[in-house]
Design a protein around this ligand. Sequence first.
Ligand code: ARG
Length: 461
Amino acid sequence: TKRKLWGGRFTGATDPLMHQYNQSLAYDKRMYAADVKGSIAFSKALQKAGIVSSNEQAEIERGLRVVEEEWKNGKFDIKADDEDIHTANERRLSEIIGKDIGGKLHTGRSRNDQVATDMRIWLMDEAETIKQYLKDLIAVMANRAEKEVDILMPGYTHVQRAQPVRWSHLLLSYAHGFLTDLDRLNGIIPRISVLPLGGAALAGNPYGLDREFLRAELGFQTIGENSMHIVPDRDFVMEFLQWASLLMVHMSKMAEDLIIYSTAEFGFVQLSDAYSTGSSIMPQKKNPDSLELLRGKSGRVFGQMAGFMMTMKGTPSTYNKDFQEDKEPLFDCVDTVSASIRIAEGVIATMSVNKEKMREALTADMLATDLADYLVRKGVPFRETHHISGRAVALAEKNNIQLSDITYEQFKELSDKFEPDVVESVFNFENSVEKRNALGGPSRSGIERQIQVLKKGIETE
Ligand code: ARG
């Protein structure tokens, strides 16, 4: 008769709905390679401890490779009683190499340390992929900024026209945000890379298993020092979800900007067909669905993060089945974030920028701060120059003219510190941007420096 792997003390069968409710194989099967990797390393540790012979270890390893191949080729035959990837792989291993040897693999191990190890292996792998996606995105932005360094546009605060900037300065502002995400991801990796294996269910193992050997075999940075801490520890899951949430804040903000800028009213950017969709009724429509999904999926990620935090709060020490609920949010966030970064890269790489539209949106009033700065250089305190420039703005508004259309004589009435060069020296957008050449500003040299910093950042991170 069929029985569960843990069925020795049971006489009754599991309720079918309970089995379905309890099983995690439907989703944790994606960790099959990590599970095999962990088990092969574990079999070697068992051999070192004298629990299995070298022939038996070789058989276990051979069998596990077969199991891995079956998963890889879609040939793994899931049985009704398989509960999770760990029980399924062990069941299949014993079918392949026989119970006499296969039954030794789980000596001194619990699914508790096994699952935690598998997840950390899996996530470390995924983190490396995500890092590369982020680097690719940043590189696309840096290249685009380099090519389009001449393009000026209005910079906005409160979505109100504020001061002229280079378009590349805005683009690189996103890239710098993503560079901090890359840095932050690197920051959490040492806490993902802590080995639980050998901690067993909660109380460690009595076989003297060499955990330093396991650490080196599996490529972990460090070893969990306290089995009751490290086996049930899911901080690395929460931290990753928090990391993903912050990344998605940045994604969503950028998406929102570009959605606004791609409207006919702005017309600053146009998405490529590859990242847009049409309307089923309005033939003229070209909708920025890619950007809307980047914005929308941020909510999904925040939800997974908050949801899993709620799952964890209030659980008592050591493993509880609640923790099985870590997988779906983690997997979903990894998938969502990976796809989002790549979609963002595609959107940025292929959209077109309308430099004329950006230029047309620049108006002389956006140089009111420069007008105030002009008087500062003539020795007038800034608070006073701000007021004088404000009066000039009011005068232009009252006469329905541009700030730059005010004559030298009219300026002179506002302050006797104005000189005949005022109109020419203040009302030039390029000059305005180039004057802002202190570190971090939008001048050409500032953009060049940022590109260097970003390129170096993606090399070293
Ligand atoms: N599928 C389980 C999980 O994901 C594995 C650990 C099961 N441990 C246990 N004691 N039931 O958490």
